[in-house]
Design a protein around this ligand. Structure first.
Ligand code: V47
Length: 361
């Protein structure tokens, strides 16, 4: 380990917070083994040998969206042949199938639809609660919540409170992309900005709604953008403690407007997992999202800082429309096998990280 990394390692060993400058050093380092060693120390300190997974079903109710983010192929204008809207019956059927497979969570995300009003989303949540009262509804990114609040001319708090009454349990971490003005202007200028993403999560946390945070890397961002992004999340977490897990998302460029940019390699995926684990000392969990990085990297990530491998998912649409080659879902038996192979102990969790024990079949 070189002298600069050794100094940071000393801080990690002494459980001291690392600085913004240290984070730049971590991003400058190609010594993946040392980064992994530091991240793994923190990961094992926080989570022992456990690797969490859950049984979840992604429900992307509609991809109609007029925002046009350059990294996204999921969002389509209404007239596009690729646009779709699931009917309530289709959503109910998908939910029933998922419950039959043991789902404890529905992860519900869609585009910014020009015609739907808040009552549509309230009904969607109520319908799911009626179909499966025991299943946690992790629903709507900050981008959707902000949009609902603006379109319906309601304050954020009232929007969230109506959704909570309808069944919202927590919020996913999407829509953060890279929380800087530079990247916002370049890649998703029509979407709400970084300050607003932070504001929505701050408001949700203040109301007792837990949420996750993501970072989409491997497109036009530079190191400074990423360090700033991580710093904003660490600051908000210091303030509210409302984040549960951080999920670095590996860009899938194939069918997008940014298809000329090569996808991040496994080396980069592991570096991002490790660096986020080292910097985000106030996050309890780091999730490796197998859908984007692939199962092989997700397995390695469990020894490079990640303690959570996400879930069965059952049907992923967002990055599969962008060209992801990974499966759309995996069986729970396979998830457990992937975790065991790495030497970690698989533990099923619910959305809020309560441990779930099931009788052996
Ligand atoms: O917000 C869109 C990203 C996110 C692409 O909270 C892309 O537990 C890569 O947020 N390549 C949605 N990424 C997914 C998400 C998520 C996933 C798993 C778990 C959780 C959680 C949240 O996917 C979007 C955007 O940042 N995205 N297009 C793409 N081409």
């Amino acid at each position: 380990m070189d002298a600069k990394l050794s100094k940071i390692f000393e801080k990690v060993q002494n459980q001291q917070r690392i600085s913004r400058e240290d984070c730049f050093e971590l991003f400058a380092s190609k010594d993946l083994v040392s980064l992994g060693k530091m991240a793994n120390l923190i990961r094992e300190r926080k989570n022992g040998n456990v690797a969490y997974y859950n049984i979840n079903r992604h429900l992307n109710y509609s991809n109609v969206c007029y925002v046009g983010c350059k990294f996204c192929e999921f969002g389509q204008v209404k007239s596009s042949p690729k646009a779709y809207e699931m009917s309530l019956t289709e959503i109910r059927q998908a939910a029933e199938q998922a419950v039959a497979q043991g789902a404890t969570e529905f992860h519900i995300v869609g585009g910014l639809h020009p015609d739907l009003k808040l009552d549509y989303y309230e009904n969607l949540l109520k319908e799911l609660k009626k179909t499966a009262p025991q299943v946690h509804l992790k629903a709507f990114t900050a981008v959707e919540i902000d949009y609902f609040s603006r379109v319906n001319k309601l304050p954020l708090q009232e929007t969230l409170s109506r959704l909570m009454t309808a069944g919202l349990g927590s919020m996913p971490g999407g829509g953060a992309e890279i929380l800087t003005e530079r990247v916002h202007k370049l890649v998703h200028p029509n979407k709400m900005n970084a300050d607003r993403w932070v504001e929505v999560h701050r408001t949700a946390h203040g109301m007792g709604i837990r949420s996750n945070a993501t970072m989409l890397y491997g497109h036009v961002e530079n190191t400074e953008d990423k360090v700033t992004h991580l710093e904003k999340l660490r600051q908000l977490q210091d303030e509210t403690g409302g984040f549960q897990t951080f999920i670095p998302l590996s860009f899938v460029p194939d069918n997008t407007e940014l298809a000329h940019i090569p996808a991040p390699t496994g080396f980069e995926d592991l570096r991002h997992i490790a660096i986020s684990r080292i910097f985000l000392d106030n996050f309890a969990h780091i999730k490796t999202y197998w859908v984007m990085s692939g199962i092989n990297i997700a397995q390695l990530a469990l020894n490079f800082g990640a303690d959570d491998i996400d879930g069965t998912i059952m049907k992923e649409t967002i990055v599969h429309m962008a060209g992801a080659k990974t499966p759309e879902g995996v069986s729970v038996q396979d998830l457990i096998r992937y975790i065991r192979e790495t030497g970690r102990d698989p533990v099923e969790r619910d959305t809020l990280y309560n441990v779930i024990s099931r009788d052996a079949a």
